[in-house]
Structure formats: C-alpha cells, structure tokens
Write a protein that binds this ligand. Structure first.
Ligand SMILES: [Zn+2]
Ligand SMILES: [Zn+2]
Length: 210
C-alpha cells in the first residue's frame, strides 16, 4: 500500500508499480509549487538569487521527479500511459511538465492545461495567456477589445458595460458616472476596468516589450 507523499524506501527494493506511483506523486508536488516557481522565474529574470524554504521545496520536488524518472528509464518502464491518464484526470499536461522538469533551471516547469496554456497566466476568456502576472490578467486580444468596447460603448456578447453606485466594484479612477467594462461570464462577477485602467495596462505592456 502506498502511504503518504514522502516514501523513504530504498529504491532498488521498490517495485516498478510503486516507483511509478512515487513518480506521479512527485509530479503533483511540483504542481503544488506553481506560484513559487513562477516567482522564481521573475527573480531569475531580475538576476536576484532566490532562496528560502519554499524555493528549496520546489527545487527538491523537481530533483525528485528527475531522479525517479531516470530510475524508471533505467528499468525501461513505460511511463507514457500513466502520465497520460493522470493528465486527463487533472486536465493538465504532465508530459510537458516532466519535460520541463528535466530541463530545469533553464526552463521553468509551469503547470499547463491540455491546450498548453500556463494556468497562472490564463486570461478570463480561457483561450489565451496574459503577457505576465503583474497586470490586469487580460490577454492582448481581450485588452484591445475591452478598450474598444468601453470607449465606443459598443454592444458585445463578450463584455458587460455598466456604471456603478458601489465604490467596491469600481476601479480607483471611476466614479458613479464612469463606464466600466468586464468580461461576460455567467455566474461570475469579474473585476471591471475603466478606459484609464485599460490604457495604462496597454502602455505598461508595450513599455515592457521594448
Ligand atoms: Zn482573453
Ligand atoms: Zn480605472
């Protein structure tokens, strides 16, 4: 029987079935480090030496995935099927996650959906990624379309336009008379933005890409 997430058995005595279980658990541990790893990439970009217990935990989870993978490889175990099965169950691409773990730290193992989108970057539309995690969280297509919508008070199936007397649902630029736009998602109350919010976001992104 498999007990817990940190098995301590000597690997040469472990059956391949157990080894695969440990391997999949180790991959799940990497999934749980998603935000730490995304922050780590930002630090690497800024050439900051990232450290701390959470970073250590993420690094050791990745190391464990790699070690277990190499053990399974040396036993000529086929991991494709169990990887695929768990991927479909979680609706996440674990095959890619493994490939990225093997290339770490040159590549950050991001959690991706089955369409290849990084989960932390997915726009409210669910179809594209936002350029980063620092702004409004909109992909460039939604950003541009939302801007046109709020500017021209355009009718659209994708967006909701409104004014609000409640300051808690308004952005910091808005008063009760300001047009706000948000993405239409039945059952969800998403953040709304005014024209200034969207213009500033557009400027921020274009400055960043220069
Ligand atoms: Zn979008
Ligand atoms: Zn605003």
């Amino acid at each position: 029987m498999h007990l817990g997430k940190t098995p301590r058995r000597p690997s040469q005595l472990v059956s391949s079935h157990e080894l695969i279980e440990d391997f999949l658990d180790a991959l799940k541990d990497v999934l749980a480090c998603e935000v730490v790893l995304a922050d780590l990439e930002m630090d690497l970009d800024k050439e900051i030496e990232a450290e701390g217990a959470k970073v250590d935990k993420a690094r050791s989870a990745i190391t464990k995935v790699c070690n277990l993978y190499y053990q399974l490889e040396s036993r000529k175990e086929n991991i494709e099927a169990p990887l695929k099965e768990l991927s479909l169950h979680l609706k996440l691409d674990l095959t890619r996650l493994l490939a990225d773990c093997l290339k770490f730290p040159a590549v950050i193992p991001y959690v991706r959906d089955l369409g290849g989108l990084r989960r932390l970057f997915i726009c409210y539309c669910g179809l594209n990624e936002a350029p980063d995690r620092e702004g409004l969280g909109l992909c460039t297509g939604c950003l541009q379309a939302a801007l046109e919508c709020v500017r021209e008070k355009k009718k659209s199936d994708r967006f909701v336009l409104y004014r609000s007397y409640s300051s808690q649902v308004r952005c910091r630029h808005a008063d009760f008379n300001t047009a706000l736009v948000t993405i239409f998602k039945p059952g969800f109350w998403l953040p709304a933005w005014c024209e200034v919010c969207l213009m500033q976001e557009k400027d921020r992104i274009s400055l960043k890409s220069k």
